[in-house]
Write a protein that binds this ligand. Structure first.
Ligand SMILES: Nc1ncnc2c1ncn2[C@@H]1O[C@H](COP(=O)(O)OP(=O)(O)OP(=O)(O)O)[C@@H](O)[C@H]1O
Ligand SMILES: [Mg+2]
Length: 345
């Protein structure tokens, strides 16, 4: 394979997600940041912080005195306004800095975006990327996962993200929109359902979307519970122990049938002799792949299609970014515009 990553170039693989942005570098950096930028609401916030912006999880912790901006929606830049674009710029700048580029070094980066991202959206992202890197390319995110996992043919990638669940048929080429479907029910959808389910079960409970998300990440499962989900919370200000096992199961299970139905549709894109192989190559990625029991429940839903096998990626937070870095390492930038859209060079 080609090795153009001489000492003078830092290669980056970046997955810009709704919930989290992951970056890996050719010098083994691994950076994971919540995709959120907070700006102090007023001068008091500026005084408390001694800064004019906070990026990542710290912004969520300090949300009481910050205005939070989530610059991405379903993995694409929110086209809401300048503040979002500025936040996207700051977020990308932050992850690049955390990869410690050296003075005078060139930065070449590949950024995964949903295959369905519009041209305008890719353009906006490329513009920001071009301001921060010497060469940058945006490519389909599920393709990055597939590339990293070496599953480029007769495979289906299921990326359970925060904003969306993306299902993508890999048929030996860079997938176009016809090979890709997006279900608008990612982790954030589950968080909202969980928040209301707990509220309905225990009126007066103190809960917001961030706490609901944290509880989901701790206990998420479908099917048979391995343990009860019991948590200390506050109801009308008083501490109580609440059992949220059923709420967690019911809300996590809401995504399963959509995933199964989408896989059934995707299978039809393969020629009949390859369909069986594709069903044995179902790759589960994204933070939502950590929901316990999800793979087996998807397999069970496909029973009438013969044997189906779901393989979760080992490192869901970094699977996309690592695939992007692998591609950046193996393919010289001269060829990047054959795969995605590129700036610089
Ligand atoms: N242990 C866990 N159990 C269940 N869900 C989890 C767990 N850990 C993380 N998640 C969820 O995974 C989602 C984040 O996954 P990921 O980082 O793949 O999303 P993203 O790439 O930011 O989103 P998108 O791909 O939609 O832009 C969040 O909704 C998060 O709550
Ligand atoms: Mg993602």
């Amino acid at each position: 394979m080609t090795h153009h990553s001489t000492g003078k170039t830092l290669l980056l693989g970046i997955d810009l997600g709704t919930a989290r942005t992951a970056a890996v570098s050719s010098r083994q950096h691994r950076v994971l940041v919540s995709s959120v930028v907070g700006y102090p609401k007023d001068i008091i916030g500026v005084k408390i912080l001694n800064r004019t912006q906070v990026i990542g999880a710290e912004a969520i912790d300090r949300r009481a005195y910050l205005d939070l901006y989530h610059p991405l929606q379903g993995g694409v830049l929110k086209e809401a306004g300048d503040k979002e674009l500025e936040a996207a710029h700051e977020l990308l700048k932050h992850v690049i800095e955390r990869c410690e580029p050296r003075a005078g070094e060139r930065i070449h980066g590949i950024i995964g975006v949903p295959a369905r991202a519009t041209a305008a959206n890719k353009g906006q992202l490329l513009k920001i990327a071009g301001e921060l890197m010497d060469v940058a390319m945006v490519v389909s995110e599920p393709f990055m996962v597939a590339y990293g996992q070496n599953r480029l043919n007769n495979a289906i990638i299921i990326d359970v993200g925060a904003g969306t669940i993306d299902v993508c048929a890999m048929r030996g080429a860079v997938p176009g929109t016809e090979n890709q479907a997006s279900i608008p029910k990612g982790g954030a959808y589950i968080d909202r359902l969980l928040e209301s389910a707990i509220r309905d079960a225990y009126s007066g409970v103190h809960l917001d979307r961030y706490l609901a998300q944290a509880l989901k990440e701790r206990f998420a499962f479908v099917g048979q519970p391995e343990r009860r989900a019991v948590v200390g919370m506050r109801v009308n200000g008083k501490p109580v122990e609440l059992d949220i096992t059923d709420a967690v199961r019911v809300t996590c299970e809401t995504i399963v049938s959509d995933i199964v139905e989408q896989i059934k549709q995707m299978v039809l894109l393969f020629d009949p002799v390859s369909q069986g192989e594709a069903l044995l190559n179902l790759v589960l990625a994204g933070g939502g792949s950590r929901i316990r029991g999800l793979g087996p429940m998807i397999e069970a839903g496909l029973r009438e299609y013969g044997e189906a096998r779901v393989t979760p990626v080992e490192d869901p937070e970094f699977a996309g970014a690592s695939g992007a870095l692998k591609l950046a390492t193996e393919l010289p930038p001269e060829y990047w515009d054959q795969i995605g859209e590129k700036v610089g060079g």
